[in-house]
Design a protein. Structure first.
Length: 404
């Protein structure tokens, strides 16, 4: 196997076997989700040192002992580096990468080179101790070949630091679970983490931002700026926004509140009055509700129109003309009902017998109720018995295991 480290500092000879310098780096072109073809070698020569970039197509043979070229020194063409080119040693070695299949951040110890479709290309990333020893010219000490090479396919890893910017992540990165992406961002420094966040579309970035731990989130708010964070909040549930605001310094919180949409800012202000681990502090005000006088067809159409704004919809919460909570109906009941003209009350489970929460209920009490009665979500009622929010089992689990 050929590795980048084995070629570093190798003497470079022209076709007459005249030494023209030593190999310092290799230039490759970035091709999204493909192996990167090698385009040139960077040769150092003379004192003071002079750098020459020579096309890879002039390389006849490459090994640790030497690199030989097909052309005389005086006739060697020069290579003009392009915007999509990267110098592998300078921009990749010792930098952090996202292993999208392993959902982790790792450091590049070496790069494997190989022929793909007739072109010498970067094919693998060595993240093993053996790769580091090879770099240090100490691999000979692994006499019994006890250390294993750990390679990541070049196509499955996206560079996130140094000379490689994350401007257009691959479909693999975008399709990772937001919690996995959040863990990766937590492992990066703030500059790299914010670069990765900026590369994601708004909806994905918002989902990822929700999953990041509070300490990292505070640092990212400063790195991304309140304007970008305010954009993210448009795709965030109100309860997640409130958690974010509560975690920020007062001055930052005020700046962010000023940039929020008026309706969202008012909802957030109202929820921020409740203690964190209470029903009021855990609930979201983003839920589907309707009047008891509406028909099944009206409610179905309402859900069809508004559902893109919700992460999930389990129940519809029903109120009378005064706004007093009457009961609920499940999405399942709505779908199974054939009569779209029937009043919603005909498939409603009435308030009597339903378990509900009060805003001051503790997390322990909420968890006990939801566990005992196997509830995915439950309404929170105020003193006038109006539904002011909903607590989901996801909210409870997040409060119990905030760093999971």
């Amino acid at each position: 196997m050929l590795f980048l480290s084995t070629l570093h500092d190798a003497p470079v000879y022209d076709s007459a076997l005249k030494k023209i310098g030593t190999l310092q780096d290799i230039v490759a072109v970035q091709v999204p989700d493909q192996y990167s073809p090698l385009k040139a070698i960077v040769v150092k020569s003379g004192r003071p040192f002079r750098e020459t970039v020579i096309p890879w197509q002039t390389v006849e043979n490459a090994s640790r002992e030497s690199v030989t070229l097909t052309t005389l020194q005086g006739k060697l063409p020069l290579y003009q580096e392009q915007p999509d080119d990267i110098r592998l040693r300078a921009a990749v070695l010792d930098h952090q990468i996202i292993d999208v299949h392993g959902a982790r951040v790792v450091r590049v110890n070496d790069l494997q080179l190989g022929v793909i479709d007739g072109k010498m290309s970067v094919v693998g990333i060595d993240v093993s101790l053996k790769g580091l020893l090879r770099r240090l010219r100490l691999d000979a000490f692994d006499v019994f070949d006890a250390l294993r090479i750990k390679l990541i396919d070049w196509r499955q890893a996206k560079l996130v630091g140094g000379g490689v910017q994350v401007n257009a992540p691959s479909k693999d990165v975008v399709h990772m679970h937001p919690a996995d992406l959040a863990n990766i961002i937590e492992d990066l420094n703030v500059h790299q983490g914010s670069a990765l966040m900026k590369s994601l579309d708004l909806a994905t970035a918002a989902r990822v931002f929700e999953e990041i731990d509070p300490k990292t989130k505070r640092l990212l708010v400063d790195a991304l700026g309140t304007e970008r964070v305010a954009q993210l909040t448009t795709a965030m549930p109100i309860d997640e926004l409130v958690d974010l605001l509560k975690s920020l310094p007062e001055a930052t919180e005020k700046r962010l509140m000023q940039r929020l949409q008026e309706a969202k800012a008012k909802s957030a202000e109202a929820l921020m009055q409740y203690p964190d681990r209470s029903a009021g502090g855990l609930m979201t005000t983003d839920f589907i509700h309707c009047a008891v006088t509406q028909t099944v067809g009206d409610v179905v159409e309402n859900i069809r129109t508004r559902s893109p704004n919700f992460r999930f919809v389990h129940y519809v919460y029903i109120a009378d003309a005064q706004g007093v909570f009457c009961g609920v109906t499940s999405i399942r009941r709505l779908l199974l009902n054939q009569d779209r003209t029937a009043p919603i009350s005909s498939i409603m489970r009435e308030r009597k017998g339903l378990k509900v929460l009060k805003p001051w209920y503790s997390l322990r009490k909420i968890a006990a109720i939801m566990t005992k009665y196997r509830l995915f979500s439950v309404a929170v009622l105020d003193k006038e018995k109006r539904a002011i929010g909903v607590v989901t089992i996801d909210d409870v689990m997040r409060a119990l295991f905030p760093y999971a």
